[in-house]
Design a protein around this ligand. Sequence first.
Ligand code: GUN
Length: 289
Amino acid sequence: MLIDGKAIAATIQKEIKDTIEQLPGRKPCLAVILVGNHAPSQIYVRRKTEACAEVGIISIKRELPPTIAEDHLLQEVKQLNNDPAVDGILVQLPLPYHINPMHVINSIDPLKDVDGFHPINVGKLLSGDRDGFIPCTPLGIKVMLERMEVEVAGKHVLVIGRSNIVGKPMAALLMQNQSFGNATVTIAHRHSTQLKQLCQMSDIVIIAIGKPHFLTADMVKEGAVIIDVGINKIADSSKKSGYRIVGDVDFPNVKKKCRYITPVPGGVGPMTIAMLLQNTLQSFQNQDE
Ligand code: GUN
């Protein structure tokens, strides 16, 4: 059965919109910084700012040239840190090679770090402190599984991919001693051996590696839950655009074997955006406390 991330995200966005409509004064505001001409990033940022408009969050978009000096970018972040009208700051990744992403992430005020990438927020997540920001994609997967009433406690969960954006925070969330958590978590990556056996042992597989059709039906346990975070462009001459978007899972074949599966597009992606809106609203509410 499909998990309709798009529909779940729409429900959450409606809840956020209703909350924002009730606010008497100032509205929440998200600042998005986009550096350079990375085409997928341009699309993601457009989706994020459009979603802000749909729910009544003000968005500020700063588009900066690919040649911008790191110092100059840090100044831009600092200005947003000091602006009381800005509740959330997001610097879209990846950044051009001459800029160290750690320097930029570390410069964001942790109280406005709605991506949850600052070491303070990473540390809070790992230590079980609930008042930090949690990265939007793992948070979206958590909310999606909760709404589908998929129990994770005691389950074997395999996370394939160890990125700071998805894999690592996803594993941290799943292993917490909290209401969503208590799973037995394995993280696999490009050096892992016996991946097929690890998959076959897993009740839930979350894959975020950017390789089309990587997870095949023979790898999957009957009745497993499959969460596909991949977004890959592949050639398709039957489409007007000449391409289509697929995930990391061989969807048509894996679908037949599993209990739940997320489609691409329309699965995890919309949930990520809904969580960005939720974190921005949360940040706004924290600032006004
Ligand atoms: N690049 C890919 N995913 C993300 C994300 O969630 N946040 C930011 N800032 N950049 C990304």
